[in-house]
Unconditional design. Structure first.
Length: 256
């Protein structure tokens, strides 16, 4: 079987399942694991090299979200099998991993991986139960327009004992449903601000100097941090494997 991965989560999942030999092409944005960076590049997020993909004669192309629907449509029109997942939660990530693992026949390895991820989630819940205070968190995915976190990030924050101040926005399927404005964040007054701007380095100084934000607790106490988008914005194993440990450390330091 030849598999082409248009996004990162499928690549990391296949590596964790010991099935990396199936991967013949990947997104140019792939960072995890490091070895995957050497694989042939066939795609960006919103566009792909269709001719190159067709020439590789893949058995399956994997992608993510409605944003890639046009790529999927073109490939399907050329007779290629495509699976676009569209999950937005930690539960959705686990179901995605199970479906992908079972699809390629790696049942035992998939069950083992899911068990290790479930253990990690229980570890987060245990940590959360011991927190004396729950930090109020603003997680920013983009700065202009300001976009707050997607569903699995909201789940992750709350699993680790935080309060997602924009939880009501996080269930939106489209990015525009997660737009927030400056006054809204000032009013909600987060204790911690995380910036994880998709595809570019977060400018923490610019966040701290936004008009009116000096009144926010997170700014007053210098609790503004950049988090890796390769970990937190990946709809796959990374938020669970590494994201939980990062949030636990941040929340522990905030509480002390």
């Amino acid at each position: 079987m030849k598999i082409i991965c248009l996004t990162e989560e499928s690549v990391e999942t296949l590596y964790l399942l010991g099935k990396e030999d199936l991967i013949t092409g990947v997104s140019s944005f792939v960072k995890r694991p490091i070895e995957a960076r050497e694989l042939p590049k066939v795609s960006l997020f919103t566009s792909s090299n269709i001719e190159k993909i067709v020439a590789m004669k893949p058995d399956l192309v994997l992608g993510f979200s409605d944003i890639q629907k046009d790529i999927a449509k073109e490939l399907i029109g050329l007779g290629i099998d495509v699976w676009i997942s569209n999950h937005r939660s930690i539960e959705g990530i686990l179901k995605y991993i199970q479906r992908l693992g079972y699809m390629i026949g790696a049942h035992t390895k998939t069950d083992e991986l899911l068990k290790s991820l479930s253990d990690k989630i229980h570890e987060a819940q245990s940590f959360a139960s011991k927190l004396e205070k729950k930090p109020r968190v603003y997680f920013e995915e983009w700065d202009d327009p300001m976009i707050s976190n997607i569903g699995w990030v909201s789940d992750l924050v709350e699993l680790c004992g935080g309060v997602d101040i924009n939880k009501e926005h996080s269930r939106g399927i489209l990015a525009k449903e997660r737009f927030v404005d400056s006054q809204e964040i000032i009013r909600k007054n987060p204790d911690i601000i995380f910036a994880s701007w998709c595809g570019k380095k977060a400018n923490l100084s610019s966040i701290k100097s936004r008009e009116g934000w000096s009144a926010i607790n997170a700014i007053k106490k210098n609790q503004v941090f950049e988090l890796s988008s390769d970990i937190f914005l990946q709809p796959g194993p990374a938020p669970i494997v590494d994201g939980i440990d990062i949030l636990k450390e941040c929340f522990s330091k905030w509480q002390s």
